[in-house]
Design a protein around this ligand. Sequence first.
Ligand code: SAH
Length: 236
Amino acid sequence: MERHKDPMGRAISEYWRTGDTTPIRVFSPMFDEDIMPIETLFRSYAGMPELEQKALKLAQGRTLDVGAGAGCHSLILQEKGIDVTAIDISPLSVETMRERGVMKVLQQDFFTLNTQFDTILLLMNGIGIVGKAENLHVLFHLLDNILAPKGQLLFDSSDICYIFEDEDGIIELPNTKEYYGNLTYQLQYKETFGDPFPWSYIDAETVNEAALTHGYHFDILSEGPHYDYLARITKQ
Ligand code: SAH
């Protein structure tokens, strides 16, 4: 990723180096403008949602933290003595993680990996990294290569059906071909704009179906307070 187009990496790096708390602005055609406080990406164990805490407890063996950002999960696992590798496409985030003490860091696109792990973590709605729900097959083909025998992929996600809820609490999903959880985001930090990118919030049933199609087993491990869940994918 090019540095001048990496608002999140820049925000992470500047917060780490100078304590600058300018938030990241988040734009999406389906929502009002939002902000992401930079402190969110530096959250401590106590500041993490329970679903993430549970995922960290379940991590074992050679562990991969995908889209590791500022490294909040990797640092906790490393302290617990887990052999964790953080991977991120952002050079500024990778630099920051190294400075923060994450020992194994890869600056690489997750989808180009070719080494095996026992636990693969996709946290903070991390399965959205596939971009569109229709691309889940790309993830499963990758898992064929990088998930060690008896390995597990742990991820959290949300079913964003609630955004289609009316005043009476009735949810009517849009009648379009496009999966309703497929979004486009654009991020801004100070004068740095990133390119728009696709990210998907995928409901459990959709992931389950894709898992079965590709010979994987899907389990919900825990449900959060607002249509969010933690799930595990293992080879059947
Ligand atoms: N997991 C972190 C950060 C989430 S933000 C946390 O929970 O705080 C998502 C991160 O994924 C960003 O740092 C972004 O640079 C990274 N990312 C996006 N696509 C990626 C890809 N294909 N390979 C590796 N990292 C990716």
